[in-house]
Design a protein around this ligand. Structure first.
Ligand code: ARG
Length: 581
């Protein structure tokens, strides 16, 4: 379907063709007006072209406005002082587009015409430790990028690049050999491994000898020692079982979990080949990739890929992983979701890919930290990192208290079910609604509030609309608008109805922005303004008590489409759109 925005863009392109012929190198952008009093949409194209051709932008804008003229979609375009073109959409055009949108289960969002194979690398914790709050962002953000790209029709492969081969295993193996017992490992694996890790780490700070012993255990593991390999495999399995539980609770799915260990057998050959090609060099016994003047920001930052003692590094594994994903999965685009501290690592990896002539779109989607109210990284009162499992439990418990206070009439089971959805949803939404590149401050009160830009507010809006619709149908009212009559021209729309329509029809725009910038907060902001516009509409425009049957039908249709849009939006954010709360 075509939204008013698409139709305006088409008409603007025609006007440009008329003036410049088909081959001008400018493609216009039409976007929502930064100041709504100027109109609904705007374009700066006259400004851009005039600057390039050294012409008067206002004059060019007036010419384009006249060429476009008034149509069934817009009033005659206006030209702002600076040469901006402003467009005001006719209410009927909104209504027409609305009818198309509401009769489409995808709400007018078409699938991409050029599906790509996208590998999404996210969550990727270092295992043998429990997931902590720091893993929340990568897990949730990556999962939403997966949902968004799947919705657009891309082939998405989600891969959990587990850190299952690093130094922590030397510590844990040593700890287990010294103090371990099997029953703890069986009953509470991850917690137990973490205790062993912490214990040995503490002791090794005091004793250099223990550090050496841990290193030896790691070397033994990495050179294939049978006993250490057996222990390692046990620890990995135990960790995976626990991780799965958390991913289930978060409703996050991976197609693969190929950890670092999977690539270990490939690393030696990769380093040799890079040496042979002259891309990597020996340097004081170690092997590094030095970046030349094509990469000015990396000239003094070589990428270490083999240490002088022969050990490989995180970077070496990532080179192997990249090659594997291209060769085996035909990846056309790879998105890595990690915190901002890994920026240098990924710019080195991407630079090396360029040197190797790899023609795949590589992106590092990075994010800031979650801070406590003291503006320092969020910790427990004792100063240790907060476990994700505990955070989830607390979210559900707090949500339960809120539901319990509101809905004493519900069964215990129902209350628990709602609390789970609201608690996890609130936690996810608090993260997703922030611009990912910034740090944010974590406050329980804020994220569970029923007011403001929160999951409970949006879920509540959805629940409210569902109950209006239920009531409507129990009174025998359905919305058949668009199938029986198109007589909307005769009965005027109220300003709140137009506002709601406009917002509904900008869903596609917000979704595109979220996908293009890998930034779900655009979708969150959109859903929040949709819910607010709905409440304004509902306050001033009676639905069941509308003045005429036609207006009632129309307003029921607005309610329905708002509920559908909220549900789809929340779904894409991995949040359950409850019908009852
Ligand atoms: N395990 C790493 C960490 O915890 C993140 C891995 C990200 N993915 C990658 N391909 N490097 O920091």
């Amino acid at each position: 379907m075509k939204f008013p925005l698409d139709l305006i863009l088409e008409s603007l392109k025609n006007a440009l063709d008329q003036k410049f012929g088909q081959d001008i190198p400018f493609s216009p952008i039409v976007e929502p007006c930064s100041n709504p009093s100027f109109g609904d949409f705007q374009s700066n194209i006259a400004f851009v072209i005039a600057q390039a051709l050294k012409e008067n932008p206002r004059k060019l804008a007036l010419e384009l406005a006249n060429a476009m003229g008034e149509s069934s979609v817009i009033f005659h375009p206006e030209v702002g002082g600076n040469g901006f073109l402003n467009f005001k959409v006719k209410p009927n055009a909104y209504l027409k587009a609305f009818l198309a949108m509401r009769s489409d289960p995808r709400l007018g969002i078409e699938q991409t015409k050029e599906p790509q194979t996208i590998v999404l690398d996210f969550s990727s914790p270092n295992i043998a430790k429990q997931l902590h709050v720091g893993h929340l962002r990568s897990t949730i953000l990556g999962d939403v990028l997966r949902r968004l790209n799947l919705f657009l029709g891309h082939r998405v492969i989600s891969d959990n690049h587990l850190g299952d081969w690093g130094t922590q295993f030397g510590m844990v193996i040593l700890g287990y050999k010294k103090y371990g017992n099997e029953s703890d490992l069986l009953t509470r694996p991850l917690e137990y491994l973490e205790e062993l890790y912490v214990k040995i780490q503490k002791e090794s700070i005091e004793s250099g000898q223990l550090r050496e012993e841990a290193k030896k255990e790691l070397q033994k593991l990495q050179s294939g020692d049978a006993e250490n390999t057996r222990l390692w495999a046990n620890f990995v399995n135990a960790s995976l079982g626990e991780l799965d539980k958390i991913y289930k609770r978060l409703n996050v799915k991976f197609d693969f979990s190929l950890g670092e260990s999977f690539y270990n057998p490939m690393l030696g050959q990769i380093v040799e080949e890079l040496l042979k090609k002259g891309i990597a060099q020996q340097s004081e016994g170690a092997v590094c990739v030095f970046f030349g003047k094509d990469f000015p920001e990396l000239t003094d930052k070589p990428m270490l890929i083999r240490k002088s003692d022969g050990a490989f590094l995180y970077a070496t594994t990532d080179i192997a992983t990249l090659l594997f994903r291209i060769q085996n999965w035909n990846a056309q685009r790879i998105i890595y979701v990690t915190d901002a501290r890994q920026k240098l690592h990924f710019s080195q990896l991407f630079a090396l890919a360029q040197i190797l002539g790899i023609n795949v779109q590589l992106e590092h989607v990075y994010f800031g930290s979650i801070l406590g109210e003291d503006k320092k990284p969020l910790k427990t009162r004792e100063g240790t990192s907060i476990k994700l499992r505990e955070l989830l439990e607390e979210a559900e418990n707090r949500a339960y208290e809120l539901i319990e206070a509101k809905r004493k009439d519900l069964s215990e089971e129902k209350k628990r079910e709602i609390a789970r959805a609201v608690g996890v949803g609130a936690l996810k939404y608090a993260d997703l609604s922030q611009n990912r590149i910034l740090d944010y401050i974590f406050k329980w009160e804020k994220l569970l509030s029923f007011d403001g830009n929160t999951a409970p507010y949006l879920i509540n809006a959805h629940v409210r609309i569902c109950s209006i619709l239920k009531k409507a149908s129990s009174q025998g009212y359905y919305s058949t608008l668009g199938f029986t009559s198109l007589k909307f021209e005769t009965e005027e729309l109220q300003p709140q109805e137009i506002e709601l329509l406009k917002t509904l029809l900008s869903f596609k725009y917000a979704l595109n922005l979220a996908i293009e910038e890998n930034s779900p907060h655009h979708l969150c902001n959109y859903l929040y303004s949709l819910a607010k516009d709905f409440h304004k509409f509902y306050e001033l425009c009676p639905v069941l008590g509308a003045p005429t049957p036609y207006i009632r039908e129309r307003r029921i249709a607005f309610c329905e489409c708002t509920a559908q849009t909220l549900a789809l939006g929340l779904n894409l954010l991995g949040i359950e759109a409850l019908q009852e709360m």
